[in-house]
Structure formats: C-alpha cells, structure tokens
Write a protein that binds this ligand. Structure first.
Ligand code: NAD
Length: 540
C-alpha cells in the first residue's frame, strides 16, 4: 500500500524525496501529499514546536510516543516542551501583541478570509493527519475539519460581531463602549477533534486581535501544526499563533504564567476542574468544556426508521469518541422493543482502519482506552445489565494490533451502574427504560452532565415540552447531535461546562475581549470655564 498520494504530476519528484523524510515534516509542507494508509512509517520523525511563524526543533529530554491507533505503529514523537521553549512562545506572543492589537479590524478580517481559503485547499491533508494520528475514518475526519472551518468562516463576520455601543449622553458629551483584545491567550485541546477544537480558538483569537499559545493534545498534534502554518500563510504576523507541546508541566506553565490572560480548555472533567480552579485562582479567564453523557428519548410516535438510523450513527460514529456522542438511550413504553433493531443495524457497521474504504467505526485512541471500555462493559455485566451486542474481543481484519472495540449495546441499565455514571468515550450505547415522557425527562435531568440531549417524536407539542423542561444546554428534536453552527455558541451546561462565556459565537468573542468605555466632551460653544465644579458628574 502506498503511503502517499500525489495530486500533481510535478510533485512526483518531491514525493519521492518525501518518503525519505518524516511523516510529520511531509504532512506539514505539502498540501498535495499526505498519508493514505496505515502503512508502517520507516523513520518516524519528531514533532516540532511552532513559534514566531517557524517550526522549531525541541531540545526536550522527555518525548511522548504517538502511535497510529489502527496499528499501534509509531507515527511521531511529541516533545514535552522545555521551560525555555514555553517561555519563548509566550515571549513571542507578548511581543506580537504590541503591534497586532493595533492592527485594523479589516486587516485581521482579511487574514480570516485567507485562512478559510487555505483550510479548504488543505482539507484532505488535514483529514489525513487526523485519521493517521487519531484513528477516526477519513470522511469523519473531513467533518472534523469542516466543523472547525465553519468557525473560521463565522469569524469573518467580526466587523459586525465586534461593533460597539455609542450614545450622546449629554449635550456635547458622548460615551462609546467597545471591546479590546485581552493580550496573550492560551488554548488547551483534547485528542478527539484535532482540527475542530484548535479552530475554536485560532480564528477568533486572530480576528479579535489577541495572540495565542496553543497546546494541542499530545496524542494528535499534527492537524494543529498544519493549521498554525496555514495561519502564517494567511497573513498572521510572527508570534500571533504559537504551538507548544506536552502534558501536565505545559499546562501548569500556562496556568501560572502571568502574561497569559485567558485559557480555553476542552477535555475531561478531571483536567478541566483543575485547570478552571487554578487558572481562575491566578486571575485568568477560563472557559472549560468538559465530559458528557448525552441522552436521547425515543417515543413511540417517532419516525422509527429515521430515528433508529440517527441513534446508531450518533452512538457509534467516531467510535463514540465525541463529547456529543449519543451514549444513553431512554426508551419510552413500547420503543424498548425497537432496541433489537438498533442491535441489528449496529452489527452492520464496518469496523476497520480509518483509511479503509467503507469503514464506519475506527479504533479508539489507545490500548488503555480500549481496556477501560472493556472494563466498563465487564462491570455492566456484573452489575446486572445485559450485553445485547458485545464489541469486546473485536478484531478488525488486517489490523491485529489496533485498538478496536466493536459497537456495543447494553440494555437494562440503571443509574448507579458504572456504565451509566461514567462517560465511556467508546462505541457503547447504554439503554434505559421508562414508561412515560415525564419520567424520562426527570431521569435525564438527574444526570450530572448537561452537554446535549435529544428527543425523537413526531409531535411538535412533545418536542416543545422537552425543550422547555430538559436541563441540557444543547437540545435536539429529531436531531441526534445538536451541536449548533458557529453563528451560535457551543452551549453545554451543568457538569459539562465551567466558566461564564461559552466557546465561539458571540460568547466566544466576548470571552476573548474586554469592554472599554470612553466618554468625551467637546463643547460646541467656545467656553472657557473659570470655575471648577467639585460635584459628582451627573451628565445633566
Ligand atoms: P484530557 O482531559 O485527557 O486532555 C485534554 C487536555 O488536557 C490535553 O491537552 C491534555 O494534555 C491535558 N491534560 C490531561 N490531563 C491533565 C492533567 N492531569 N493536568 C493537566 N493537563 C492535563 O481529555 P481527552 O481525553 O484528550 O479528551 C476527551 C475528553 O474531552 C472527554 O471527556 C470529552 O467529553 C471531552 N470533550 C469535551 C468537549 C466539549 O465540548 N464538552 C469536546 C471534546 C472533548
């Protein structure tokens, strides 16, 4: 199997040279050349940092091996950036801010326009990087890029989104209120959306005039590395977008570095609670999107065929590794008898390497994650649930060493069981039964998470009741994964979010900017005041 595809005849020579280079360096440099299979990489390279618009080698003493989840072959080594490298990234961002904050909004909007175009041109390359490092199927990886691209597109509307307020508050006296960038901001990203989640920060940071230090997940930084260089090509000046790498030491550096004003975190509860607590204690703004357990209610009046397809797709797509994966199904009344059809449809999904044509479900991120999912399925059995479809011990043909878990359906689940109480983050659907809508809504509202929730019904009135009573922050009515497009914000709530201002949309712009008010008084008469007033100004 060939590892690279060449789109242009003229790039053939380059491609031949490329096979002698590292995958990481190739994926960075050539929009027309990227991996197309899970073939073993002969000389896996090291991932570099990105500072001042340049890729920089790391002098790290600690390296994190990154394996292709489909094969567990080594893809690259990711550095634990050294303290000097981390400081250099913030130095670059701080220096860049001095001039970037004064750049015109139209020039920043132009960068966003160019960035959108470049992401489109590099779409396949970005997706290939994601499939190789993260494991999701190539079409799904393209969707990962698209959902991030849409944030970049929405960021182009900054001239509207940043417009302020103005009022003549008294004769010849005007107050204007507008928003200014914060300075150096940081983003700490999870593994499951290697392009989309960095793109929740990069374009908005640029258009608002901030400078960014971004830490991708150490498990799949390739897409973020490509995006940083696309931002350079789009016109972002040196120091505006910087990438650092690593685990807790990098995060602690970001949390304690006084020049970083705000942190956007997306990831698990454990890391997010810690980051929110320590970041806010250090006086920073923190927005933290956390874990989830997303429920769907299946009502007897629903369109059965469409609902079952939607449930299967949303439960097992991306191998269940979406924060908005539909992981808990609540059947109401007779729809419990429909679950067998969900099992039959789930059995038909093809589980294989993400580059393979027709694959529906790729591997999970790591052997540890696979083992944890197995353990949770084991626990469900022990706690009295039924494994209606068992994805344990699943081997994908041609991929004996991959982290594959087959689609799994667990029925007879109750709150208090580990498989319900914990986010599984794998291709596992747990099914609970209720006899009526009120009890189903009450069950969901008792759950600590509030990322998303869906209902399948053909009644508008029922959908409206659900919308009003459900406590989750993103609601779908016949929509299984109700993540809004970025002219809105990502509005998870309860245990799925810490902070005050959500990601992207108007809230995202607010998070990255602060208000300033200016009151001016230019007297229209040529007055020469001779006596000072010492009273509190009342603007009369
Ligand atoms: P994770 O918390 O393990 O990692 C996220 C980031 O935090 C990474 O950059 C990682 O290096 C860092 N990190 C991890 N442990 C840390 C620690 N102890 N101290 C400091 N930093 C630490 O999350 P993940 O496994 O990469 O991602 C999956 C999780 O993210 C799931 O829980 C999923 O629901 C959640 N997620 C939420 C959303 C959302 O919008 N709500 C979106 C995507 C993912």
């Amino acid at each position: 199997m060939s590892r690279f595809v060449s789109l242009k005849a003229s790039s053939r020579l380059l491609n031949r040279r490329a096979t002698a280079l590292t995958t990481a360096s190739i994926m960075r440099r050539m929009a027309s050349s990227y991996p197309t299979s899970h073939a073993k990489i002969e000389n896996p390279g090291k991932t570099q940092g990105y500072v001042n618009n340049q890729y920089v080698d790391s002098g790290a003493s600690k390296w994190i091996d990154l394996h292709d989840p489909a094969t567990n072959n080594l893809v690259t080594r990711v550095p634990q950036s050294t303290p000097q490298e981390l400081t250099a990234a913030v130095d670059a961002a701080e220096e860049a801010f001095k001039t970037f904050k004064n750049s015109s909004i139209l020039s920043r909007q132009q960068i966003a326009f160019n960035f959108v175009k470049l992401i489109r041109e590099n779409w396949d390359r970005l997706a290939a990087s994601i499939t190789l490092e993260q494991g999701k199927t190539l079409p799904d990886a393209k969707g990962d890029v698209l959902r991030g691209l849409q944030v970049a597109e929405a960021a182009c509307n900054v001239t509207q989104d940043l417009s302020g307020q103005f009022l003549e508050v008294s004769k010849d006296m005007e107050t204007k209120m507008y928003r200014e960038p914060l300075g150096v901001v940081a983003a700490i990203c999870p593994f499951n959306f290697p392009a989309m989640i960095p793109l929740w920060s990069i374009p908005l940071s640029i258009v608002t005039g901030n400078t960014l230090v971004l830490k991708p997940s150490e498990r799949d930084p390739g897409a973020a590395m490509i995006l940083a260089d696309l931002a350079r090509q789009a016109g972002a000046p040196p120091g505006v977008i910087n990438i650092v790498h690593g685990q807790a030491p990098t995060v602690d550096f970001i949390l304690d570095e006084p020049r970083i004003k705000a942190i956007s975190f997306v990831g698990s509860d454990k890391a997010g609670k810690y980051i929110h607590q320590r970041g806010t204690a250090n006086g920073k703004r923190v927005q933290a999107n956390l874990g989830a357990k997303n429920h769907a209610i299946l009502l007897p009046d629903a369109n059965k065929n469409a609902s079952l397809n939607a449930i299967v797709g949303a439960a097992f797509g991306a191998a269940g590794q979406r924060c908005m994966a539909l992981s808990a199904l609540v059947t109401v009344g007779e729809t419990k008898s429909w679950v067998q059809e969900i099992v039959e449809r789930a059995k038909k999904l093809k589980v294989s390497g993400g580059f393979e044509e027709g694959t529906d479900v790729g591997p999970v991120i790591s052997p540890e994650s696979k083992q944890r999912i197995y353990d949770i399925i084991d626990s469900a059995e022990k706690e009295g649930a039924t494994i209606a479809l068992d994805g344990r011990s699943y081997t994908a043909e041609g991929y004996p060493n991959g982290n594959f878990v087959g689609p799994t359906v667990i029925t007879g689940v109750k709150p208090g069981m580990r498989c319900y109480d914990e986010e599984i983050f794998g291709p596992v659907l747990v099914v609970l039964e209720e006899e009526n809508l009120d009890d189903a809504i009450a069950l969901i509202n008792r759950n600590k998470y509030g990322n998303g929730s869906a209902i399948f019904t053909n009644s508008g009135a029922t959908g409206y009741k659900f919308q009003k009573e459900i406590e989750a922050g993103q609601v779908g009515i016949n929509v299984p994964i109700p993540v809004p497009l970025p002219m809105f914000s990502f509005t998870g709530n309860k245990g799925s979010f810490l902070g005050d201002l959500n990601f992207y949309g108007k809230a995202g712009i607010h998070f990255l900017t602060q208000y300033k008010t200016v009151t001016t008084h230019w007297r229209s008469e040529d007055a020469v005041a001779t006596k000072a007033s010492v009273n509190m100004p009342t603007h009369n």
